[in-house]
Design a protein around this ligand. Structure first.
Ligand SMILES: Nc1ncnc2c1ncn2[C@@H]1O[C@H](COP(=O)(O)OP(=O)(O)OP(=O)(O)O)[C@@H](O)[C@H]1O
Ligand SMILES: [Mg+2]
Length: 235
């Protein structure tokens, strides 16, 4: 049985297919070519690290795969859908149901405490209140934050806020997880907790795509895609 959140790979089993994707940002009169023709296929259930120097296009690539930004040229097909053909509403449904984002800007809601922030995607998904609380607490405990559940974001350290944001991204058990430097602000213990949580998600069949400079993360990936100046140099 398939639910609407299930992965729908293309015939060859790819969940993400990029064909000659370009991305140009216009900065005043200057065009910044962030991606210069990226073609890439990511198989269902794969665990991919995206590496490459600062400015090589890693974040841009994740934003495009997650439907946060449109391509300038080429095609980006995720879960069998060409994202440039979806309207804003369809894109937000795609993001909510299918993608877990672990991004550098945490965007926690300041007036909600930690567990309420984590429970938010469950609220959007129509999960009953008691179950929302139970699942949010379970995710926070997994990330070593059980005792911070009733703290507001302003009462948490930067690393704790980041882990709350990770719990929020993962609480719905998304089928595609896009992570941008997920261990950036974390000490080694918190980093190990995040990595073990990601590994567990991967074992349940989720596809992971993680942009990182951290060799521990890229070493544990099944595949490493290296970008340089907006192009794939090895994959
Ligand atoms: N919103 C934007 N407007 C203009 N230029 C942008 C924008 N976002 C990214 N860029 C430019 O696009 C290029 C690729 O940026 P991107 O953020 O994808 O790199 P990155 O590989 O993630 O780097 P880092 O490792 O530093 O996070 C850079 O030259 C950057 O300056
Ligand atoms: Mg980046």
């Amino acid at each position: 049985m398939r639910s609407s959140g299930d992965i729908r790979p293309t015939e060859d089993g790819s969940v993400v297919v990029l064909r000659d994707v370009t991305k140009v940002y216009r900065k005043g009169r200057v065009d910044v070519h962030a991606l210069r023709g990226v073609s890439l296929e990511i198989a269902s259930g794969d665990h991919v690290a995206i590496t490459g120097p600062s400015g090589s296009g890693k974040t841009t690539l994740l934003n495009i795969i997650g439907g946060l930004e449109p391509v300038s040229g080429g095609r980006c097909i995720v879960n069998g859908r060409d994202l440039s053909r979806l309207n804003d509403h369809q894109l937000s449904v795609f993001r909510n149901r299918f993608v877990g984002f672990i991004f550098q800007s945490y965007n926690l809601l300041p007036e909600l405490n930690a567990w309420q922030n984590v429970a938010l995607p469950l609220l959007y998904a129509g999960v009953p209140a008691r179950e929302r609380y139970r699942k949010a607490m379970e995710a926070l405990e997994r990330l070593g934050l059980g005792e911070r559940a009733s703290h507001l974001p302003a009462e948490l350290s930067g690393g704790e806020e980041q882990r709350v944001a990770i719990a929020r991204a993962l609480v719905v058990r998304p089928r595609l997880v896009l992570a941008d430097e997920p261990t950036g602000n974390l000490d080694s213990r918190a980093q190990a907790e995040v990595l073990s949580y990601l590994k567990e998600l991967h074992q349940t069949g989720a596809t992971l795509v993680i942009a990182t400079h951290n060799p521990d993360i890229s070493d544990s990936a099944r595949r490493v895609v290296r970008l340089s100046d907006g192009t794939v140099v090895s994959s």
